[in-house]
Design a protein. Structure first.
Length: 609
């Protein structure tokens, strides 16, 4: 609706000016102008304009295609999607949108049909599974209770890792299901590998452009990935790691153990990096120099050949690039596909064929880049062209094992060294063996803090907690108890810990004994699987204490599980269900629902990998 001389108190010149201005105003600008004119009432004669302008503003707003309210839902296991969702929400708010930001675990699914604009940011956990806080919403959306969403406009940002078979599967699931229910894409789904900064920045710019088009808003130019993703509290982040000095590097295992577990203390002084118990430390590792040299030799390349890094434009020697920048120990299907196209290798193309899926799956799980070069005779490929196909070496995340209150300006991690022999060659965990063999006190490591709001101590220090963490999974619980000690928390604490041998593998034994003596740790049950004829694990100790565990659950205890997802976490989950059935008289479905409700109330938290 346009203003005219006949339907307003304005002359022709004023009408023309207003008709040019009003369509260009955003909703927030209209509201500001309306308030400004209202404030002039009683002091300026032009205050009589208010009742005339207001109906025009309302009419223009009602004619907009869609709402300026945007709901941002995130599903996150380690915190990447949560952190990214917060940054995206701020960007939207800066552009005048009204944002509702919430975890999928806290979202009420029945509100879904009321939403016009929906952004979903979700990671994929394990073998194609949704993260813990996304499970209820994922199940609702795929149930018969899910509503038709014909008025919904949405887009999905999926985070994943191409080294896993079901890359970004949860994001794909959400995208497909929302479309089946009638939703329309704001922009196409974007699937991100571990180096997600640039595609995530491009996705949000596209989303803003689409929202601008539908609301008539004026959106400023897109910003770089650094602008979206940087940590506001510190200049250091995953895209700009802090060079931290190593203070201590100790082997926690005793003489005769077939395991090596490093306790590493790192200085954060001068970084302004902040963390809480439950967070993780990201460390950017270097590849093993021996493997790099063997790879260069297998290709017939020269170590000092100059290579331009394809994303940064930085020039390095080939050896330095392979040592510090590119991933060479993990094979992925996308990488093999690109290399098959680059080399034209018929045997490699055959491995990627549809009827060779099981063979490909096995090959990817057991081989590295050197194996690929030797097995498929890829010699003769140009070094620059080849390394342009490789992805950046990702950071390794380790659960922090220190309390920031107990160790100001320090962070501790607990890392088990990975070494094994396969296909006639010694293999090494990239970061774990670097830390064990090549890092000494005084050396520096590029690090950042990975926040994890899904694995946190209860705010009330009186709340009882049950901690289950065999092996290096016990790391965050050292941080939990250190923090509770410093805070003077009075809530009961119970730790279940397991490893192979009591004499050589009892990590942080002196810490637990001191906390037991001082009352910071109320109970501790241990399971050393190789010290008895029958292997005993933490889940067996839990079942032995089923009655008391159930009583703790009834008294509001929060349960924490940290460690291996494929075996341990699954067995612990099954043990909890058994305890609920035996001690609480619940049926199988009721026990599962009990744990689901605990997850939604943040009383059952897992940091599993």
């Amino acid at each position: 609706m346009e203003l005219q001389v006949t339907n307003s108190p304005f002359n022709q010149e004023q009408v023309e000016l207003l008709n040019r201005l009003l369509p260009l105003l955003t909703e927030s600008q209209r509201l500001w102008l309306n308030g400004y004119l209202t404030a002039l009432q009683g002091t300026v004669a032009s205050a009589t304009l208010v009742p005339t302008v207001a109906p025009v503003t309302a009419t223009a707003t009602n004619e907009q295609v869609t709402s300026k309210e945007v709901t941002v839902l995130f599903g996150s296991q380690t915190g990447n999607c949560h952190g990214l969702a917060k940054k995206v929400s701020k960007r939207l708010e800066d552009q005048g949108f009204q944002v509702v930001l919430t975890s999928m675990g806290d979202f009420k699914p029945n509100n879904l049909k009321k939403i016009q604009n929906l952004l979903i940011l979700v990671s994929t956990h394990g073998e194609g599974e949704p993260p813990d806080n996304a499970i209820p919403f994922h199940e609702f959306l795929n149930s018969k209770r899910a509503p038709q969403l014909d008025g919904l406009r949405y887009s999905v940002l999926a985070l994943g890792d191409t080294s896993y078979e079901f890359f970004c599967q949860t994001g794909k699931d959400f995208d497909k299901r929302l479309e089946e229910l009638g939703g329309k894409q704001l922009v196409p789904r974007v699937d991100c590998d571990v180096d997600f900064d640039e595609p995530a920045a491009e996705w949000i710019n596209q989303v803003l452009g689409s929202l601008k088009e539908s609301t008539g808003s004026v959106v400023t130019n897109g910003v770089s990935s650094v602008g979206i993703l940087e940590n506001a509290e510190s200049e250091y982040s995953r895209t700009n790691p802090f060079q931290a000095e190593v203070l201590e590097n100790l082997n926690l295992n005793g003489r005769g153990s077939d395991r090596e577990t490093r306790h590493i203390e790192i200085s954060l002084e001068g970084s302004n990096l902040q963390y809480e118990p439950g967070d993780s430390l990201g460390i950017y590792p270097e590849n093993n120099a021996r493997l790099v040299d063997e790879l260069i030799a297998a290709f017939g390349w020269k170590t000092d050949e100059q290579i331009t890094l394809h994303k940064t434009g930085e020039v390095r020697t080939l050896r330095d690039a392979l040592l510090r920048h590119f991933e060479i120990t993990v094979l992925t299907k996308p990488l093999l596909t690109k290399l098959a196209e680059l080399t034209g290798n018929s045997r490699l193309k055959e491995l990627l064929a549809v009827d060779h899926e099981e063979e490909l799956r096995t090959y990817l799980s057991e081989r590295d880049l050197l194996d690929l070069v030797e097995d498929y005779s890829l010699q003769g490929v140009d070094a620059s062209e080849f390394v342009a196909q490789l992805r950046k070496i990702p950071a390794r995340l380790y659960s922090i094992s220190s309390s920031p209150q107990a160790f100001p300006d320090e962070v501790h991690v607990t890392v088990r060294s990975v070494r094994y022999e396969a296909k006639g060659r010694d293999r090494y965990g990239v970061c774990s063996v670097q830390l064990a063999e090549r890092i000494q006190p005084g050396d520096t490591l590029p690090v950042y803090i990975q926040h994890n709001d899904n694995f946190k101590l209860p705010e009330n220090g009186d709340t009882p907690i049950i901690m289950i963490g065999p092996g290096t999974g016990v790391a965050p619980f050292r941080a939990f108890l250190g923090e509770r000690e410093e805070a003077g928390a009075t809530g009961k604490t119970w730790l279940f810990y397991g490893d192979q041998h009591f004499a050589t593998d009892f990590l942080y034994q002196l810490d637990w004994q001191r906390w037991l003596k001082d009352g910071v740790l109320t109970h501790m049950d241990v399971a050393f699987s190789r010290d008895t004829d029958k292997k005993v694990y933490v889940q067996h100790r839990m079942l032995e204490q089923s009655q008391e565990i159930y009583q703790w659950l009834q008294n509001g205890a929060v349960v924490y599980v940290c460690g291996d997802e494929n075996k341990m976490a699954h067995d612990v989950h099954a043990a909890l269900i058994t305890i609920l059935e035996q001690e609480g008289g619940l049926g199988p479905a009721e026990a599962v629902e009990y744990l689901t409700q605990m997850q939604q109330k943040k009383r059952y938290q897992r940091d599993v990998y």
